[in-house]
Design a protein around this ligand. Sequence first.
Ligand SMILES: [Fe+2]
Length: 514
Amino acid sequence: MFEQESPKTILFVDDEESILEIATEHFQDLGYRVLTAGNGREAIRIIENSDNVIDCCFTDINMPEMDGLELAEYLRNHDNAIPVVIMTGYPSLDNTLHTLKNGVVDFLVKPVNLEQMTLCLQRILRERELFIKNILLYKELESQKKIEALNRELIYKVDELRVLNRIMSELMSLNTGSEVMRHIVEMATAITPADSAVFYAVSNSLHEPFALTRANREAPPENPANAESAERPDTIPAGLSALIKDIALDETPLIIADTSSHALAHHARSLMGVPLKIRDTVFGVLIAAKTKKNLRFNEKDLYYLSFMVQQAAYLVENLALYENIYENLFATLSALVKAVEARDAYTKEHSNRVKDTAILIAKEYGCSKEEIDVLDFAGRLHDIGKIGIRDDILLKPGRLTDAEYEKIKEHPLIGESIIGQLGLWEREKKIVRHHHEWMDGSGYPDHLKGEDIPLLARILSVADAYDAMMSNRAYRKEMPKTEVLKIMSDGRGIQFDPQIVDIFLTLQSDDRVG
Ligand SMILES: [Fe+2]
């Protein structure tokens, strides 16, 4: 330490001048700076002069004005760290205890010899040096701890920024709504310790939340088709379904760090759920689950997940609003259609064929390019509402009961509500709603008659009925083509618009429809 290089300063306090003189001469010879005082009060004046840094103070006890014990006490009370050595000719146990209590570091008995004083001084200065070093070391250690804490905070912040950046840059590379839906589940297992993540579509018209995309930490889906494959609605545990509905209703992210006292304990050990909201409507809920023992989600995980879902929602909205509005959200809805078709093998590709036939009829009828586009979209989505129909009804082999048939008849309304959720596609919604109306008013859901049924719905209805009869259905085998065409023809003016069914039959006889 640098203190070693500058001379140490010693203060001698004694009312006997001869002692002061001898000590001064002796210690100056040894290289010390020596100050002297005749009593306690004088000593305090010297000590309190900021020019003097006193390294050690030797004091007599019995002195006029202020004695050595009072001086020691004063220094102690004023938080002065100067080591004090008491010298007295009348040592008593009382004095000794008193002085030691007052922070006096040593006690010399008069007559004190110079050798003894020197050794005592050297020891005190050595201890003092160690003491100062300790303080410095301690301070260094403290500041090191502070630096470490700051570093930890910095690493945490850098880590956080890294995750947020990753979310932003991954999302920005996506171009369609369905890509976003597929990516958010994969990202959920990458940015949080989730073992699995599932995005559930929710809607007032769906009885149960519907698993749209999913990802597992262990085995990420190689094939995007797998990611989109649908979980059958009846496989969602009741507790989870209720939780998803609650989150959608509250529109607030939720964390259940420990599910052990929760009904969902068998499903996961720790759970998070975040609603995805587009245009003030909750479109779905992302559920992240941890299944491993002793692992729990924390608030940071929920923060990352919420941030990602929120950014994904902005992105879906922006893609829909500013880019190709149809394709992007359509892709998302197509995933739903695929999900319906995945459940029901009989309707597989049904929607696409119906759309193709309907477009052929529409072109022949003389529909505009815009009308064809509307039909293209509505045709593909016309049965999307079947998502909301329970498997035991939708897939029932054999005849449906009246009650079951009433349920099936809800699908145009459910479909309209799903498409309508984003406040877009007014014309498409109408077609989906009315594709089962009959010309004579006996169809559903609104019993519209004749030209009250939108033209494009009348066209779709012809294409839909033909394809349905030509396909294997859950409740019957496909019918012979001649029989189907006869039913179509007989349906003129009853089920079908005569002009449209005639166009269709002409296309048939020209072999232009499959
Ligand atoms: Fe339908």
